[in-house]
Design a binder for this molecule. Structure first.
Ligand code: 13P
Length: 248
């Protein structure tokens, strides 16, 4: 059985002060959650979030990590730096990183390997654009992305990885993939993983859905057999909404 994992991706939102208040609001609302609960916060909020979640069932995540252990990479953050802040999860290859910051399957792969080496748990994002979907390329695109992301990663390390399927056209748009479309594409991703690592590893892999997941559609999406959780943007910034998704 795969334990569902619901993670909030705060993106570039919240200061230290609002981090403290939002987390203290979330804690009592999710204390009986049956799924794993994660908040992926901006780097500058990690320390405040780390303190705020102490003693709760909420786990800490970051939104990116560089592949080098250290060096001349202005503006980047290493896996060791995250580890020091007790970060457990790290989002890698989010479509916004791919779209605006030149992230490629190759850099996603390098970041994923660096995270694993430091015992962080990568949340590796894949997903097609609207153009690709309309051209019938969805399966092709997600397969290429997942194979690229996992290149040369050992089977043993796979246990640490969570995959997030986020159709780009559904992110922040209020448009959601239908539950059955999301389920089908996640099945394609799982099949691709099976092709590399075999069915035991593929069946153990947790694959989230992301893209306008909210209190209204969470129950249906989470009810699908292939969907093992959610990566939540907008709805994770409101304690009540995030909690409703978690307690789907
Ligand atoms: P929204 O939930 O705001 O669509 O964002 C999804 C997302 O990008 C999570 O990583």
């Amino acid at each position: 059985m795969r334990k569902p994992i619901i993670a909030g991706n705060w993106k570039m939102n919240n200061t230290i002060e609002t981090t403290k208040s939002l987390i203290s609001e979330i804690i009592p609302l999710v204390k009986d959650a049956k799924c794993e609960v994660v908040v992926c916060v901006p780097f500058t909020d990690l320390e405040a979030a780390r303190k705020a979640i102490r003693g709760s069932n909420i786990k800490l995540g970051a939104q990116n990590v560089h592949w080098a252990p250290k060096g001349a990479f202005t503006g980047e953050i290493s896996a060791e730096m995250l580890k020091e802040l007790k970060v457990e999860y790290v989002i890698i290859g989010h479509s916004e990183r791919r779209q605006y910051f030149g992230e490629t399957d190759e850099t996603v792969n390098k970041r994923t390997k660096a995270a694993i080496a430091m015992d962080l748990k990568p949340i590796v994002c894949v997903g097609e654009t609207l153009n690709q979907r309309e051209s019938g390329l969805t399966s092709e695109v997600v397969k290429t992305q997942i194979v690229g992301a996992l290149k040369d990663i050992e089977k043993e390390s796979l246990k640490k990885i969570v995959v997030a399927y986020e159709p780009v056209w559904a992110i922040g748009t209020g448009k959601t993939a239908t539950a059955s479309d999301a389920n089908d594409t996640i099945a394609v991703i799982r099949k691709a993983i099976q092709g590399i690592y075999g069915s035991v590893s593929a069946n153990a892999m947790r694959i989230q859905y992301g893209g306008s997941m909210n209190p209204q559609n969470a129950t249906e999406l989470m009810g699908m057999p292939e969907i093992d959780g959610g990566l939540i943007g907008g709805a994770s910034l409101k304690a009540q909404d995030f909690a409703k998704v978690i307690n789907y």
